[in-house]
Design a binder for this molecule. Sequence first.
Ligand code: MGD
Ligand code: MGD
Ligand code: MO
Length: 752
Amino acid sequence: MKVEQGRVTKVTGDKNHPANFGRLCSKGFTCAEPLSAPDRLASAFARNSRAEKIQQLPLVDAINQTAVRLKKIIAEHGPDAVALYVSGQLSMESQYLAGKLAKGFIGTNNIDSNSRLCMASAASGYKLSLGADGPPGSYQDIDHLDCALVIGSNMAECHPILFLRLLDRKKKSGAKIIVVDPRRTPTGDKADLFLQVKPGTDLALLNGILHLLEKNGRMDEKFISTHTEGWEALQALLPEYSPERVAHLTGLREEDIRLAAQWIGDSPEFTTFWTMGLNQSTHGTWQSNAICNLHLATGKICRPGSGPFSLTGQPNAMGGREVGYLSHTLPGQRAIADADDRAAVEKIWGLAPGTIQSKPGLAAVEMFQKIETGEVKAVWIIGTNPIASMPNRARVIAALQRAELVIVQDAFHPTETTKYADILLPGALWAEAEGTMVNSERNVTLMPRAIAPPGEAMADWRIISLVAQRMGFAENFNYASASEVFDEIRQTWNPKSGYDLRGMDFEKLREQPRQWPFTPGAERGEAIRYLPGARTARPQVTTLLGEHADEPSALRFPTKSGRANFFTRPFLPPAEQPDAEFPFVLTNGRLEHQWHTLTKTGKVASLNKLNPGAFLQIHPADAEQLGVHQGGLVRVASRRGFAVYPAQVTPRVRPGECFAPIHWNELFGENLAVNATTSEAVDEISLQPEFKFSAVALTKVAPGLLENFSAEQKNYLLRYLAQVSPRGQVVPETAPFTLAQREFLRQALQDS
Ligand SMILES: Nc1nc2c(c(=O)[nH]1)N[C@H]1C(S)=C(S)[C@@H](COP(=O)(O)OP(=O)(O)OC[C@H]3O[C@@H](n4cnc5c(=O)[nH]c(N)nc54)[C@H](O)[C@@H]3O)O[C@H]1N2
Ligand SMILES: Nc1nc2c(c(=O)[nH]1)N[C@H]1C(S)=C(S)[C@@H](COP(=O)(O)OP(=O)(O)OC[C@H]3O[C@@H](n4cnc5c(=O)[nH]c(N)nc54)[C@H](O)[C@@H]3O)O[C@H]1N2
Ligand SMILES: [Mo]
């Protein structure tokens, strides 16, 4: 960031950053604009009762009030009456201190994060299959792979810089890209083989591919016998996944399934990339296991160019997972349920043995359910917007209305969630506070403070530590800087999982990002995990990537036996199935130029021009049946609620299915929130909700008055509106139009 007179005047990519080598996506280029948006939350607000309007007050007073009101609820109802709901967009220092306060000092494990909606299934899948969370490889794998399976991931729009790297590899080496998505996305457009799968059937496909790999003699017997357990049971399942049956279950052509298996088998190096299309499923953990199965069976793992690579969503969801910000985890990739892990953390936190509760706390979906029933009385939400992003929005609204105390710590106000707050705390954004974040490949980046936060806004970690101090834990939360918090996090290194930050500190991180595992005294971190001695045998880890790590005997997975686990994961359908009343399947996801609930990108004119508003993709055959034209309004209703969108009639979706972007919620108009429709069904292991699959009914919304205007009248109005609304976006919510009229105008403006 180039800063002049306290303002960011230019943003450029860092050519030396190992994740992007200076390339930025549209959101990166424009990331300075929201910093100075007029709706920045620059001071604290509070109210004593819901009948009152929230009032501005000095931040110190709000911090005091937060501590006093939390303590009162804890005194009356016990520590489990309090919950924290945090975010993968906070610095590692903030995430760590939130967990320390909850689990170590308040005494509740009721802290969870939006990672539960995001990476939980990949995390539990990795832990079961390989013994520890996190991808075993690095982004450098892209430069060495011969085949990429991109499944349940719209990489072109959601990880655009990495996708460019993949396209570079394809161009240079002829590597093949296989994309699996029920929707033809921009990622699918670039695929050598695009598999337009029936939603929710990936597990059948993955088992079917493994079946063919085995039949084609592509198993790595030596790897299986030396490094894995459970192969026989899995092998016994495979004959059930014949190409015929898999074609039937997935809606794919048999020859395409065979071709995918052939390419994977023929490729010396093969990497799988997956994201929400697989994680946000009631079988998300199983799907992650099935991916690991493919790599373990072929031995294509832990070597340059090969491995199961889950792409992390938020900038620091990986850091959060590592510092234990989920309700079942502890710092240093540790587990609440493990007595040794609890003891290790109690020691670091200076707590008496047995202080940390042994039972996992409430995971996100259940947390809001328990707030609604009144079991949980207070919730402190930091860096996430649950009214917009949790499934079954009606429940989340009811929960926050019912809660006795809602504290929201955000950088903007209003958001869909801040209006339910009793106390609002102003968090600084990343460029305004020093802190670290960890990416998918375990690179720790130090974000130096570029500019001052607005008004009284303050680094999240500092707000959390001040609240902790006021609650009576001054000694344990007395940090002068983020660097001091980081130094404590380094102590949570874990020899069992290989999590190790000891070799880095803020001084080293100021030079460049560093990858873990990074042992003390090492020159650099390791690009591939689970190869003890890799560093000593080959001091230049980067050279590892040129050659083959062909000594599988060196490999040791962080399980008890040192072997990775195969899991037998039969295909099961999604929790909710279409029926006569709700005959369509709704899926949802992201667009390239917007970020989540739009608190940032929604303020950037250039991005709004590129992705101006909500829509529903429906197949032309369905549109015809419904009598809906391009831009006509469609009501999409599930058992839980509904939304209304202008139709985007396109063969990119399959007949019987539809897709809506997640970004636009109530701040942008009525009935736009896709999560009004989504379901709270969760994966039994990861507790991640099945956002990607809801049974819905579609109906045409009767055309509004404007449909009757003459062409001349419409043209006049459009020219007029183009002048008063140069951003070409929407007629303001306050304008005296019905939703139908507003949507018509918005669509018409967009077309013009
Ligand atoms: N531009 C942009 N980029 C982002 C974000 C953003 O908001 N905007 N958010 C970040 C975050 S936090 C995350 S988690 C990632 C998410 O990154 P992605 O997971 O790539 O994004 P989504 O659009 O949520 O979902 C990906 C795809 O899953 C497909 N899908 C739906 N159901 C199924 C299914 O049953 N099987 C398969 N195979 N695919 C299915 C959808 O059609 C969609 O194209 O993106 C990150 N990057
Ligand atoms: N239907 C459906 N729902 C989904 C998904 C989906 O694919 N489909 N995806 C899920 C996934 S993967 C994710 S990750 C979630 C994302 O869901 P959210 O986390 O709710 O989305 P954001 O808009 O990123 O919200 C972040 C909030 O934190 C604030 N904020 C940003 N930076 C800071 C900071 O530094 N400090 C503080 N204190 N506040 C900050 C922002 O203003 C914003 O209000 O959505 C989930 N919900
Ligand atoms: Mo995410």
